[in-house]
Design a protein around this ligand. Structure first.
Ligand code: ADP
Ligand code: ASP
Ligand code: MG
Length: 439
């Protein structure tokens, strides 16, 4: 059995849904198909939720009506036969009735998650109606019945596996299953999600849970590129990546993959393929145990980074100092991305300012604390790059005009990271494209 995940642009237009229906009916193997919301929908739902959180019901209502009109038009284009079209219309009516009801309820975090879930619920139900119209036999697997996160918001592969296999065992006669990406239930049983871009994570978790032969991530580009194609003009698709390389790229900002979606597939050794819905026969990128080659493969950038420097001539040499510093971050459930130390200072980076005030307050007794916002981590990723000749020389020659504020080297054999002010990100990525890849 294999898993095929289609992202927002792959299902964002009726003709794309048609393409997807062709791709999922190729070959004999059974499939679980994971769908995202139509492109733009989750952003609209975030805006609706935001308006409600601000108490602006008029703005929320306008946005709901606009989105509903979009879906009504979508159904009209997608579904041609009376029976399935009225099913499609009923799906749209049901979900927009829900959104209109929540206009009258007081806003809460749980309600926010319910709002955000509407996109994947809509896309999968409409796609299912389309498959029915095309006479394609399939079964619906509601993600809310098997996908769950624990109190730390971590998916639990063990329980996902048990619930999913129970569901699959009820339908051994079926070969095609459709489910929602992104959405799940939390430890309180409420509707929740796997964070933005989370459908990739769903796909990898499902693939790991069922020991799939492959986890295919179908998107709007022909694989993982060597640099961010939204920022740099000349980029190329990479043929092969190891799980470790792909995990580093995803975590350090390559938007094509959700930041933590690699570990489930890696844990169960399920290869992941990145493929292009618009060019289905392009080779794409294969992610597996094998790295294929050594040396630099790609560069990625992660924005919204905050650097915190703690200077303390007295305490740094004392053993136990770093532990006390880390305990502060642990207490506020804030993970550290980069870290550098010297005799008198330790600098760390974090990617969330949720508890920044409290963290700084608790660090102040240790020494002088400086905070730099608007930083970007630029990561250079590749198999054994630290041991590859000339990488450091090429790297630092390329970025000699950039005011690099931190460097992390040697922590992983696959990654060298630089911290740069976010205003220098575009320039840094362009210079590295030339200096490291000659592009
Ligand atoms: P989907 O909706 O299918 O999940 P995403 O928008 O999340 O698609 O991811 C695909 C996009 O990721 C591409 O269109 C591309 O602009 C962007 N992207 C950023 N960095 C990279 C990279 N290194 N390689 C490929 N795509 C990248
Ligand atoms: N629809 C969700 C989002 O836009 C999940 C996804 O597309 O992967 O973030
Ligand atoms: Mg995505």
């Amino acid at each position: 059995m294999k898993v095929m995940k289609f992202g927002g642009t792959s299902v964002g237009k009726p003709e794309r849904m048609h393409q997807v229906s062709q791709l999922i009916t190729r070959g004999e193997e059974s499939k679980i198909v994971v769908l995202s919301a139509l492109s733009g929908t989750t952003n609209s739902l975030v805006e609706i939720s935001h308006a409600l959180a601000q108490g602006d019901r008029t703005a929320a209502k306008q946005k709901i009506d606009k989105l509903e009109a979009h879906y009504q038009g979508f159904v009209l284009d997608l579904l041609k036969n009376d029976n399935t079209r009225s099913k499609g219309n009923a799906v749209v009516a049901e979900h927009f009735e829900f959104l209109n009801i929540i206009l009258r309820i007081s806003f809460s975090e749980a309600l926010n998650k319910d709002i955000l879930a509407q996109g994947e619920l809509l896309s999968t139900k409409l796609f299912s109606a389309y498959l029915e119209e095309q006479g394609i036999d399939h079964m619906f697997l509601p993600a809310l019945e098997f996908m769950s996160i624990d109190t730390n918001e971590e998916p639990q592969l063990g329980s996902i596996r048990i619930k999913l296999s129970q569901l699959l065992q009820q339908h051994t006669d079926k070969k095609l299953f459709i489910t929602q990406g992104y959405i799940c239930r939390n430890a309180r049983g409420e509707v929740d999600n796997l964070k933005r871009g989370g459908s990739d994570y769903t796909a990898s978790l499902v693939a790991a849970a069922i020991h799939a032969t492959v986890c295919e991530i179908w998107t709007d580009i022909d694989g993982m590129h060597n640099n961010d194609p939204r920022i740099v003009d000349k980029t190329n698709a990479i043929e092969q990546l190891s799980f470790d390389e792909a995990a580093e790229l995803a975590y350090f900002g390559a938007k094509i993959l959700h930041p933590t979606c690699i570990w489930p597939a890696q844990q169960e050794n399920v290869p992941v393929k990145l493929l292009n819905t618009m060019q289905p026969d392009a080779a794409g990128t294969v992610i597996s145990k094998e790295a294929g080659s050594t040396g630099v493969k790609a560069v990625a950038a992660k924005d919204g980074i905050i650097a915190i420097k703690i200077k303390s001539s007295r305490m740094l040499l004392a053993y136990g100092f770093l532990r006390k510093v880390f305990e502060v971050f642990e207490k506020y459930k804030t993970s550290i991305d980069m870290i550098t130390t010297s005799e008198v200072a330790v600098s760390v980076t974090i990617d969330s300012d949720l508890s920044l005030k409290e963290i700084v307050k608790e660090l102040e007794p240790f020494g002088t604390v400086d905070v730099d916002r608007d930083q970007t981590i630029v990561s250079i990723v590749g198999n054994e790059i630290a041991q590859t000749d000339d990488v450091l020389q090429k790297l630092f020659t390329a970025v000699k005009e950039i005011p690099v504020t931190m460097v992390s080297y040697g922590g992983s054999p696959h990654n060298i990271s630089l911290l740069v002010p976010s205003v220098s990100k575009t320039k840094t990525l362009q210079l590295l494209n030339k200096g490291l890849f000659g592009l």
